[in-house]
Design a protein around this ligand. Structure first.
Ligand code: NIG
Ligand code: FE
Length: 436
């Protein structure tokens, strides 16, 4: 099928020469095209331009044919006339890419939320058997179908908030069997959902009660039992570990990442949320695709990240919900680093996957310009899931995952008007998504 979107008030993040990530000062430059059209066919962005060049029916047939010739002579795109969408007063954005979530889980943890309000810290709750261990218990008791059902509700919700690609971690299993169960649920979601989904194996998320006082043995089990089985079933795209004070040490993380790499699993890790944990350094050492959280990022960590291929990823929802100190995003960008942002959607530290709210937090709490924040939640977060050659901007040949806003004055309105859903029409894989 083909779609021609016409009268677009402003097409956001258009690229003639697509980049894989955007760093430092460049993050403040957002390419847009005012008064534009966009042609989609066969799930791909075919072309775009200013309204006075809008293609006639003969023209778009030609454009589609040219696209087939240049990009893939074997692909036959739709020959039918496109569906026309009139986007008068509306903006078109590339879909948000949410590169860090834990959205497969059973139940919720609002009781701990109340404990937190009474003054207990995240670490104190975890020590009492709450936190990750609490969700692990719920996951153990839930069937695969129940988990798929609950996760689909969350996926449908984030689609309508504008997300077009999402990373989902395991990590609430904490046993071989339950980790495999979680990853199989994610595999099923890949089949059922129109979203682009990548799976990350997070065996070392917390030490389960059965291994209390025997952390090293648990790490051995992750390395010798979990990783080989996860790899044998081809269930994960990436590997993660929670490298932080009170969880896993840089030495343990080093062993886990090395073991994962032997099976072709690139690292994407939790680091420096609770302390200067050494997580950033160990991630960069193994050429991690991303290091995530980063509340405790100093000069040494910034120096280590500069010149690396690792995407520093900040999770504003978790810092907001837990009342954490904020990652020094301004300092990182001013030093020349790229920054990505993701929701961290999970029941303990960020029970929301709304990337529009993340945009607002980026501007309000991290002093990012709207332009920088938009890059952080699209192209840079696409990079942080290994998808920025396909997603994260409006470029010819990229996957047609995008959204049309409600009538809004301009792109700054997206972070400004926090709390309301500004997305009106969602297009994934070149098709309008309708969720009842
Ligand atoms: O990214 N920091 C570690 N893991 C999650 C929290 C998971 C949970 O509390 O259930 C996070 O914030
Ligand atoms: Fe997380």
């Amino acid at each position: 099928m083909s779609i021609l979107i016409k009268n677009i008030k402003e097409l956001i993040q258009v690229e003639e020469n697509p980049r894989l990530k955007i760093s430092g000062k460049e993050m403040a430059n957002l390419n847009t095209l005012k008064d534009a059209w966009l042609l989609i066919s066969g799930g791909r962005i075919i072309d775009f331009g200013p309204s006075d060049t809008i293609p006639t029916p003969e023209h778009y047939e030609l454009k589609i044919k040219n696209y087939e010739k240049i990009n893939n002579p074997l692909v036959r795109l739709s020959a039918c006339p496109p569906e026309i969408i009139d986007a008068t007063d509306r903006l078109v954005f590339p879909s948000f890419c949410d590169s860090h979530t834990h959205l497969v889980y059973a139940g919720s943890r609002e009781i701990e939320y109340a404990d937190k309000i009474r003054g207990l810290s995240y670490e104190e709750i975890a020590k009492r058997g709450g936190g990750i261990l609490n969700t692990a218990k719920g996951l153990h008791e839930a069937s695969e179908e129940e988990l798929v059902g609950q996760a689909l509700v969350r996926l449908n919700e984030i689609v309508m908030f504008g997300t077009g690609a999402v990373e989902i971690k395991s990590g609430y299993g904490l046993s071989v069997e339950d980790e495999l169960k979680m990853l199989r649920v994610i595999r099923r979601l890949k089949e059922l959902s129109p979203l682009a989904i990548v799976a990350t194996f997070l065996g070392a998320h917390a030490v389960p009660a059965a291994y209390k006082g025997r952390q090293e043995e648990f790490v051995d089990m992750v390395i010798n039992e979990m990783i080989p089985q996860v790899a044998a079933e081809g269930l994960a795209d990436y590997i993660d570990a929670f490298c932080d004070r009170g969880f896993f040490t840089p030495e343990e993380t080093d062993r886990i990442l090395l073991a994962g790499m032997k099976y072709g699993l690139r690292a994407k890790i939790h680091a420096n949320e609770l302390d200067y944990s050494g997580g950033i350094q160990v991630g960069v050492k193994y050429n991690a695709l991303s290091v995530d959280h980063l509340e405790y990022t100093g000069d040494a960590e910034i120096k280590c990240l500069l010149g690396s291929e690792t995407m520093p990823t900040v999770l504003p929802g978790a810092a907001f919900f837990l009342g954490l100190t904020h990652a020094p995003v301004r300092k990182m960008i001013d030093a020349g680093l790229p920054v990505a942002m993701a929701s961290d959607f999970n029941p303990g530290s960020s029970p929301s996957g709304n990337m529009q709210f993340i945009l607002s937090l980026a501007c309000i709490n991290y002093h990012m310009l709207p332009e920088e924040a938009i890059h952080a939640v699209t192209i840079n977060s696409a990079y942080a899931m290994g998808l920025s050659d396909e997603l994260g901007s409006i470029a010819r040949g990229k996957k047609a995952n995008l959204f049309i806003t409600k009538p809004i004055p301009g792109y700054e309105f997206m972070p400004y008007a926090y709390g309301s859903n500004k997305v009106e029409t969602v297009i994934l894989n070149g098709e309008v998504v309708r969720i009842s």
